[in-house]
Design a binder for this molecule. Sequence first.
Ligand SMILES: [Zn+2]
Length: 298
Amino acid sequence: MTTRMLSTVLAVLLAVLSASRLAPAQAAAQPKLSVHWEELTAADFREGIHRAQGTCLLPIGILEKHGPHLPLGTDLLDVRYAALHAAEQEYAVVFPEYYFGQIAEARHEPGTIAYSREMQLALLQETTDEMARNGCKKVIIVNGHGGNEHLLPFFAQSQLDKPHDYVVYVFDRRTPESGGPPKKTTIDMHAGESETSKMMISRPDTVHIDRATNESGADQHRQNLPEDVYTGIWWYARFPGHYSGDGSAATKELGEFQMDWWIDAVAKAIRAVKADDVSLKLQNEFYEKSKHPLETQP
Ligand SMILES: [Zn+2]
């Protein structure tokens, strides 16, 4: 071994040694921060927004009947479980409990809180505006409630109506298309096998599995219209008791599989959004061009 080789080996060894000594010190310099907006001090919130690269989650649930056996807040409890765990994996600041979505179709059931459409849109806009004013320049709305599936894309689309200095992203998937323990039921839209299984993971203490067969979650097919003709009463026509499927088929194993998938999918969405440096640029370009459309070239 030449002297030069020896000094190179020594330098590498020294670097490795100092890195291993530095590691705990660096870890100490990055203290663990809560992902809960409401648990951070003002100073820690500033650090949290910095660490999250301006990426914040707004999980949206609802208060509505979930069959005879699940709590009114099922969608809120599930979506927060998924979002909070995802943010632990890929740091993001998570907005507090938000359940002000679209649920007009459950107004005949006890415990439903259904705000007017004007209020839903105004509150959501002011909420994301306020989040952005506090540094959340990338707001990911994580949807936990099927009844929001039209509201949220409409809300996101309508962000183009006037300039905003932030981007609204919507993540709206709760179950994987395939995989995991085989499912026993075919109709499984609301308080059924999947949703009940997930609640066995997020809040097992609120699941009354013994009551799952007290009501029927069968499709009542009370409307006779082609599939591509939409009416607001479709859900009430098919599932008037806010139960679609059979919650008694639920298992912890299915819940674990689906919840893990959901958490992982949200974490992936957070990573993708953090890496997205295009959307805001394009939005700004669009806002600028939309001030003088006649000058826009093809
Ligand atoms: Zn639900």
